[in-house]
Ligand binder design. Structure first.
Ligand SMILES: [Zn+2]
Length: 254
């Protein structure tokens, strides 16, 4: 397997002047030819195991509204999951939910290092540089989507507001959640820090003392352009005043 990978990361709106940096680690289901499709069939390559459907268009809308740079992965998380450190088994998973990933079975240290250098390190470097180019303070927001069912069980949560040990931004967003709630919005659901999903927050947010939050939106709420715009508006309704309370931008006026 070769280490030659086309550009593994996109930086959208690099000159955005908002006090926010957006990240979408699971934006793409692209598997470079060098990996032989990881032995997956087309259905598996299109499935949520390979990426977060709807997350990138949602992140783009948020980037536009917040005038924020957006750092987005261009390679499937089944090749390398950029929200996992290199020593995590889940960085190159042999299974994802009910999908077996033949191309990830028995990877040796060289193969793991090759993917780490080809995908994870350029992604991390790009995000580090985008952050370094900003004048502090700045908030870090990662944008994800999750499947409506998990091992066959429907998930009731619609929007997850996730955090690690710094809950400032999450607390403020949850305080802005509409009541009575038209949406089921939950803290640290359907995942939490115990699942290892806060790697990017820890590395690029917590380590620099930056307010940070991870957004998880159920995929059935992101299937059309109109749905994506509505979800962006709903998130901004919580996020903009939360950012303003931290001195990071003006309150949303909608
Ligand atoms: Zn994700």
């Amino acid at each position: 397997m070769t280490g030659i990978i086309e550009n593994p990361v996109d930086i959208l709106n690099p000159d955005g002047r908002g006090a926010v940096i957006l990240v979408c680690e699971h934006a793409s289901n692209h598997i470079p030819d060098a990996y032989g499709g990881l032995g997956l069939d087309d259905a598996a390559r299109e499935s949520h195991a390979a990426w977060d459907p709807g997350a990138l268009p949602l992140a783009r809308l948020l980037a536009q509204a917040l005038d924020a740079p957006l750092v987005a992965g261009r390679i499937s998380r089944l090749v390398y999951d950029c929200n996992r450190p290199p020593d995590a088994a889940s960085a190159m998973p042999e299974r994802s939910e009910m999908i077996d990933v033949p191309g990830n079975h028995g990877l040796d240290a060289n193969a793991r290092r090759d993917r780490t250098k080809s995908i994870y390190e350029p992604f991390t470097k790009a995000l580090t540089e985008v952050i370094a180019a900003r004048h502090p303070p700045v908030a870090l927001i990662t944008v994800h989507s999750f499947s409506p069912t998990w091992f066959g069980t429907p998930r009731a949560v619609e929007i997850g507001i996730l955090h690690d040990t710094d809950s400032r931004l999450a607390d403020l967003m949850l305080a802005e959640a509409p009541a009575p709630a038209p949406r089921r919005i939950e803290r640290n659901a359907p995942y939490g820090p115990e699942d290892g999903v806060t790697h990017t927050l820890r590395l690029h947010g917590l380590a620099g003392g930056r307010p940070n939050v991870m957004l998880e939106v159920r995929q059935d709420l992101l299937r059309t352009d109109a749905a994506q715009q509505q979800m962006a508006d709903e998130i901004l309704h919580m996020l903009s005043p939360a950012l303003a309370a931290l001195g990071l931008g003006k309150a949303h006026d909608a």
